[in-house]
Ligand binder design. Structure first.
Ligand code: DQA
Length: 145
C-alpha cells in the first residue's frame, strides 16, 4: 500500500486563486492538489490534502498524521506559522516529519512574518517558489527514510 503524505493548509488558503494574486499567484488549492496528486502517483505516494481556518483542526490533523502512520506532513500553516505555540508543540509531540511550506518567501516580507513557530520544530522549510514549493516539499518527503 502506498504511503500517505498529509498536506495541511491553514487560514485563508481556501481563497488561493483570488487572494492577493500578486503575492500568491493564480492557482487554486485544487490546482495544487491536482499537481501534487500527479507527482505522488509517480512516487508511489498518496496525498491527503486538507485546509482549515481553525488552528485546532491543524493540531488534530498533526496528531492524526502520526496515528495513521503518514510518511510526512507538508504544512503550510499560513498566518498561524507566525503565532502558534500550539502548532510548535504539536510538531514536537509527534515523530512524523513535518516539512514547512510557503508559497511566498516570508523573509522578504513584513517583519512579523520572519518568525516561524513551525520552523522551530520542522524537519525543513521550503518557501518562495509558489505552488512549486509544495512539489519540492513532496520530493523531499519521498526521499525521507
Ligand atoms: C504563507 C505566508 C504567510 O506569512 C501568510 O500568512 C499566508 C501564506 C505562504 O504560503 O506564503 O497566509 O504561508
Amino acid at each position: 500500500m502506498a504511503a500517505t503524505v498529509f498536506v495541511l493548509n491553514g487560514p485563508n488558503l481556501n481563497l488561493l486563486g483570488t487572494r492577493e494574486p500578486d503575492i500568491y499567484g493564480a492557482d487554486t488549492l485544487d490546482d495544487i492538489a491536482g499537481m501534487l496528486e500527479d507527482r505522488a502517483r509517480e512516487l508511489d505516494l498518496e496525498i491527503d490534502l486538507r485546509q482549515s481556518n481553525h488552528e485546532g483542526h491543524l493540531v488534530d490533523w498533526l496528531h492524526e498524521a502520526q496515528a495513521v502512520g503518514a510518511r510526512a506532513v507538508l504544512l503550510n500553516a499560513a498566518a498561524f506559522t507566525h503565532t502558534s505555540v500550539a502548532l510548535l508543540d504539536a510538531i514536537k509531540a509527534i515523530r512524523t516529519p513535518v516539512i514547512e511550506v510557503h508559497l511566498s518567501n516570508p523573509h522578504t516580507r513584513e517583519g512579523f512574518r520572519h518568525k516561524s513557530f513551525v520552523g522551530m520544530a520542522a524537519h525543513g522549510t521550503i518557501a518562495g517558489f509558489g505552488p512549486t514549493s509544495y512539489l519540492l516539499a513532496l520530493e523531499a518527503a519521498a526521499r525521507l527514510a
